[in-house]
Design a protein around this ligand. Structure first.
Ligand code: SF4
Length: 160
């Protein structure tokens, strides 16, 4: 069975270790700007939310990509970008309701979470257990959907 990332935002302290280990894994340096996970911080509400790809069932990013560069990894279930095909138009970035796709100006291509091929670093290193990688059973999928809806709503409010 596939696995999914589940965020328990009430456990997150915004230490941002997930950003550091993600950038180290994917970009070879401890640089949050190069991470594929971002901790959204709402200090006045004491609300922190590690934001990354929800690996949507029907990904809008895949629908809008004119280069056919986005597909689902059959093994991990991650929505992945083929950087050989990506033309850097950033349509997927605009379409993502979670702000989960980043643009690498050095490579002139987009980057996103690929679940580290099935062993996510953010899960391994989060000292607060705020990110879990669990079997994608019905309960986990329902919880992920609920978290996604909550996140989408929070992001819409921020953008108003
Ligand atoms: S930036 Fe790349 S992956 Fe995104 S829509 Fe354009 S070609 Fe597709």
């Amino acid at each position: 069975m596939e696995k999914v990332l589940l965020v328990e935002h009430d456990k997150c302290t915004a230490c941002r270790i997930c950003e550091l280990v993600c950038s180290a894994k994917h970009a070879g340096s401890f640089n949050p700007a190069k991470a594929r996970i971002t901790v959204a911080t709402f200090l006045e509400d004491n609300f922190f939310f590690p934001l990354t790809c929800q690996q949507c069932e029907d990904p809008l990013c895949q629908d809008v990509c004119p280069a056919g560069a986005i597909s689902r990894d059959a093994q991990t279930g991650a929505v992945v970008i083929d950087d050989q095909k990506c033309i850097g138009c950033r349509m997927c970035q605009a379409a993502c309701p979670f702000g989960a796709i980043a643009y690498s100006s050095s490579e002139q291509k987009v980057v996103k979470c690929d679940l580290c091929g099935g062993d996510p670093e953010c899960v391994l290193f989060c000292p607060w257990d705020a990110i879990k990688y669990v079997q994608a059973d019905d309960a986990a999928l329902r919880r992920r959907k609920a978290v996604g809806e909550k996140l989408k709503k929070a992001l819409q409010e921020v953008r108003l």
